[in-house]
Write a protein that binds this ligand. Sequence first.
Ligand SMILES: C[S@@+](CC[C@H](N)C(=O)[O-])C[C@H]1O[C@@H](n2cnc3c(N)ncnc32)[C@H](O)[C@@H]1O
Length: 236
Amino acid sequence: MPRTTVPWLYNEFSHSGVNQADPDYPAYYEANMRRFRDFEKVAAEVAAALELTKDDLVVDLGAGTGAFAIPGARHCRKIIAVDTSRPMLDFAAEKARAAGVTNVEFAHAGFLTYEHAGENADAAVSIMALHHLPDFWKTVALSNVHAFLKPGGRFLLTDVVFSFPPDEYEKHLEDEATQIRRLTDNAFADEAYVHYRDEFSTYDWILEGMLDRAGFTIEKKTIHSPTRITYMAKNK
Ligand SMILES: C[S@@+](CC[C@H](N)C(=O)[O-])C[C@H]1O[C@@H](n2cnc3c(N)ncnc32)[C@H](O)[C@@H]1O
């Protein structure tokens, strides 16, 4: 039975928390992200970390407005940009067209519903998206990534992941919101509160157990701040 037809599957299109399926959201998101992210530079760093070559097929899960997929496409053969928000994908597709990027394919699906066809992928990327799933479903998502990657395939996962001691959570959540407020507009910074309240970021020790059980070896962990981590993992 295809996963999409089982009655108990988590509805990953429901967008709990910030509604990223709102048609006005992509332009707003992009404008705020551009205030503190250099998409080209980060894409080059991600490509280097994944050791991408021109032969590689890459899947970007939760691709959003194409922050990685569009500049990242220069470093590989093809990127499949997967996202549950149709407006985000449409915005990314228009950006790709305007930039003359032709090797990004767009898939309206999510971690749970994306069905990979053809050859397995050499690498996968997911930046700031896995926290949209509750923990049980994160593990299902990671198992799906494991299944469509080649043996030894690389997976770079960046997300809002908590590495602070549990009894210090109030300080660290407020610190992060304050930091975002310095860099973006106030309404965008308030999304940090929506994130804590209605989305599903978790602790590093939980996510690391999930990666292990889903079939990954964590090769490198970069703690950017008490609330953000990048994992470089490899299919066991
Ligand atoms: C904070 S944005 C990050 C976008 C992009 N990766 C970046 O680095 O800017 C999160 C994205 O994940 C998407 N998303 C939410 N739930 C998802 C799911 N279950 N599967 C795939 N994408 C999802 C949202 O639509 C949104 O585009």
